[in-house]
Design a protein around this ligand. Sequence first.
Ligand code: HGY
Ligand code: MN
Ligand code: MN
Ligand code: MN
Length: 392
Amino acid sequence: MTFDAMWADLQPVGRDRRSGGYRRFAWTAEDGALREWFTGEAAGRGLDVVPDRAGNLWAWWGDPDADGPGLVVGSHLDSVPDGGAFDGPLGVVSALAALDVLRARGWTPSRPLGIAVFSDEEGARFGVACAGSRIITGALDPDRARSLTDADGTTVAEAMAAAGHDPVQVGPDQTTLARVGTFVELHVEQGRALVDAPDEAAVGVASAIWPHGRWRLDLRGRADHAGTTRLEDRDDPMLHLAEAITAARRAAGEHDALATIGKLRVEPGGVNAIPSRITAWLDARGPVEADVRAVVAAVGAAAGSEPVEESWTGSTAFDAGLRDRLAALLAAPVLPTGAGHDAGILSAAGIPAAMLFVRNPTGVSHSPEEHAEPADCHRGVEALARVVEELG
Ligand code: HGY
Ligand code: MN
Ligand code: MN
Ligand code: MN
C-alpha cells in the first residue's frame, strides 16, 4: 500500500515538536512544501498538474477538455492552528493511493480522472474557510478575497504573489468547474458516529453539511491604567466579551446549535492596561439556519455590538442519488456533519458531490488528538478505489 510511504513523507511538514499539532497555513512556506510534494507525487504518476485561478491544484489522468467532464477526488492540505494530521491530507494521500491500487489492478478510467488539492480550506490565516473553492465557484468575491489580511496585515494578494501565484487572476473559474462532472472527498470523520456505532463500519457516507458561519465582534472600550482607574470609571470591553461568551453557550443550548469563540485579538494587550479594543470571532453552526441566526443575535445583544458576518454556508445536502449509490456500494452508514468542506461548496455550486468519512477513534478534530488507525486509513483507500471504479 503506497499510502504508508506518502503518509510518512508528510508527517514532518509544519509539525510542532512540542504539541504534535500542525501549522500549515495558506500561502506559507509549509503550504509551498505541501504543494511541491503533491505536484511531485502527481507528476511521478504521469498526471498533468494544473493550478486554477484561485491556486487550487488539479492533477489529471486524461484530458477533461477533450473527454470530460471527469470524476475528481481530493481534499486540502492546509490546517487549523495546532491541527491534526488527518484533516485534509488523509483525503489527498488516499486519492493518490487509490489511483495506485486501481492501476495495479490494470484498471483504466472510462472518463478523465482528476485529483484536486484545494487552497486555504481552513481559513486559518485569512479568516474565510474554503476560500479556494469559494473563489472559483463565485461564492467569494475576488476583490474581497485578495484584500483579506492575516494577523500581520499581509493580504492574500501579497501572500499569493510571494508564493508565486498571480493574484490578479483570482476569480470565478468556469473553465475549471466545467471539467468536474462529479467530486468525491474522503475525509477523516470529525466526530464519533462511526466509532460509537455498533456495526463497526470504518467508512461512512455524508448526507449533508449543517448551515454554519463565522462572525466578527468589534468590542470597544477605553484604555486606561489597571492600577489607577476606579471601577466606576472604567469602560472595559472585556466585560462585553464575557457577556458574549456566556450568551453564546446559553443560546446554543437553547437553540440546539453549536457556538464557539476560539480566536481573540486584545489591544493594546498589556497586563496592566485596560483594553481599548477586543476583536472576537464567533463560529456558529447547527442543523437549522434559523437557530444558528438566533444564536448570533443573542450573542450580539449580550455583547452590545452587531456581529459582522465574515462567511456563511447554507445547509448543504449532498446529491441524494450519489449518496445512496455509494452507501449501498460500500455498505456504509450515512452521516450528517457540522464540519464545512470543499465538497459542500462544490455541491452548492451544482456539481454532484459526495463525501466519505474514515473512522476516528478519538472523534476529536482540529487538535493533535485527531486520529485514524492505519488499518482504517487503508480501508478508506480501498473504499475510495471502489468508488472511483464505480464512477470513473
Ligand atoms: O471549519 C470547518 O468546518 C472546516 O474544518 N473548515
Ligand atoms: Mn478542518
Ligand atoms: Mn478538512
Ligand atoms: Mn473541510
